[in-house]
Design a binder for this molecule. Structure first.
Ligand SMILES: Nc1ncnc2c1ncn2[C@@H]1O[C@H](COP(=O)(O)OP(=O)(O)OP(=O)(O)O)[C@@H](O)[C@H]1O
Length: 311
C-alpha cells in the first residue's frame, strides 16, 4: 500500500500555477524527499496533501484516504511540521506536548505518557521540564517534530525540517528521522532545498516550476546523468594521457594539471589505470555525479538560481 499517491494534482492561483499535473507514488515506510528551489511548489504540495490547501486539479490519497472526500480521515493519520515553530516558549516541552494532546481529547495521563514517549524518541527527555525558551534552535526543531508525532501518525510531513540549523543539529535531526523510519515504520515526506541532505532519502522527486522533473533513488538519479570522473595527478601528465588512450582505449583529457577519465564505475577502473600509466602517480580521486548535477541536468540551472515566473 502506498502512503501517498497523487494523480494530476495541481493548484492554480488567479495569477500563478503553483503546482501542475503532479503524479507521485510514495510507498509506505519510505523517506521521501521533495527537492526543489524556493518557489518550486513544495509547500503548496504539502499543504494539499495535508488538506490545508484545496487542489484545483487532480486527486490524491494519503495513508489510503482521499484528500478531497475524507480530509478528516487524512488528518487523523498524518503529522505535519511546518516551517514556523508553533510551540509556546514559556512552557516546558512536556507542557507544550500534553496541552496539545488534551486539546484533542486525550486524558491528562495519556497525554503525559505520550509526551514522555515522543521526547524519548527525539532525544529531548532530559530537558523535557525546562522552558522551551532555553532550548537551542536544533532542540526546538526536534520538539516541533515530537509534536508532529504525538498522535502516532502513519505519515509525517516535514516542511524544510533542517532549514537554518547548524550542521551538527542537522545531522542530529537526520539521525532521529532514520530511527523513526527504521523503528516505527513511519513514512516521512519532507521538503528540502539542501541537495546534500536529499542523499539521506530513499527516494526523491525533483520539482521545478510546479512540475516533477525527475524521480527515483538518489543513486538512480545520479547514474542517469553521467559517469564517474577519475582524476589522476602524475609526474608526467602527457605520458599518462597517451598511455590511457593507447593501453586502455579510453578518452583521457588533461584539465587543470589533472588527467581526467570518464567511467561508469570509476573505483573499479583504478587498478587498470595505475597499471597502464607507467609514470609515478601522486594522487587518484573519483568524483561521482552529485544531485547538483541531477538538478542542473533536468532544469538547466543550479538549485540556487532564481526560479523565474511560474506562470
Ligand atoms: N496563496 C498564494 N497565492 C498566489 N500565489 C501563491 C500562493 N501560494 C504560493 N504561491 C506561488 O506558488 C509558487 C509555489 O510556492 P510554494 O510556496 O509552494 O513554493 P516552495 O517550493 O514551497 O518554496 P519555498 O521553499 O520558498 O516555500 C510560488 O511562485 C508562489 O509565489
Amino acid at each position: 500500500m502506498n502512503a501517498v499517491r497523487t494523480r494530476g494534482l495541481g493548484k492554480a492561483y488567479r495569477d500563478a500555477t503553483a503546482v501542475r499535473g503532479l503524479d507521485l507514488t510514495v510507498p509506505r515506510g519510505t523517506t521521501f524527499g521533495f527537492l526543489g528551489p524556493n518557489g518550486a511548489g513544495k509547500s503548496t504540495t504539502i499543504g494539499m496533501l495535508c488538506t490545508l490547501i484545496r487542489p484545483t486539479a487532480g486527486e490524491a490519497s494519503v495513508a489510503g484516504q482521499d484528500i478531497n472526500r475524507a480530509p478528516h480521515e487524512v488528518r487523523r493519520r498524518i503529522g505535519l511540521v511546518t516551517q514556523e515553530s508553533t510551540v509556546d516558549q514559556d512552557l516546558s516541552a512536556i507542557e507544550n506536548l500534553s496541552f496539545h494532546a488534551e486539546l484533542y481529547g486525550a486524558s491528562r495521563r495519556d497525554a503525559r505518557r505520550r509526551a514522555g514517549a515522543v521526547l524519548e524518541i527525539m532525544h529531548l527527555a532530559e530537558r523535557g521540564r525546562s522552558p522551551v525558551r532555553t532550548y537551542s534552535g536544533g532542540m526546538r526543531r526536534r520538539l516541533d517534530i515530537a509534536r508532529g508525532l504525538m498522535h502516532e501518525p502513519e505519515v509525517l510531513f516535514l516542511d524544510e525540517p533542517t532549514a537554518g540549523l547548524d550542521p551538527h543539529s542537522r545531522a542530529n535531526i537526520w539521525t532521529r528521522l532514520h530511527e523513526l523510519r527504521q523503528r516505527q515504520g513511519i513514512t516521512i515526506f519532507l521538503t528540502t532545498h539542501y541537495l546534500e541532505e536529499a542523499e539521506n532519502c530513499g527516494r526523491i522527486a525533483v520539482i521545478d516550476r510546479g512540475s516533477v522533473v525527475a524521480e527515483g533513488s538518489p543513486a538512480d538519479l545520479k547514474s542517469t546523468v553521467g559517469d564517474d570522473l577519475v582524476c589522476l595527478r602524475t609526474a608526467d601528465d602527457a605520458a599518462a594521457v597517451h598511455a590511457v588512450r593507447t593501453q586502455l582505449g579510453l578518452a583521457a583529457a588533461l584539465v587543470n594539471h589533472e588527467v581526467r577519465v570518464r567511467a561508469t564505475d570509476g573505483a573499479a577502473l583504478i587498478p587498470a589505470l595505475i597499471q597502464a600509466v607507467t609514470v609515478p602517480v601522486t594522487s587518484v580521486t573519483v568524483v561521482k555525479p552529485s544531485l547538483d548535477d541531477v538538478f542542473l541536468h533536468h532544469t538547466g540551472r543550479t538549485i540556487g538560481e532564481p526560479v523565474g515566473d511560474p506562470r
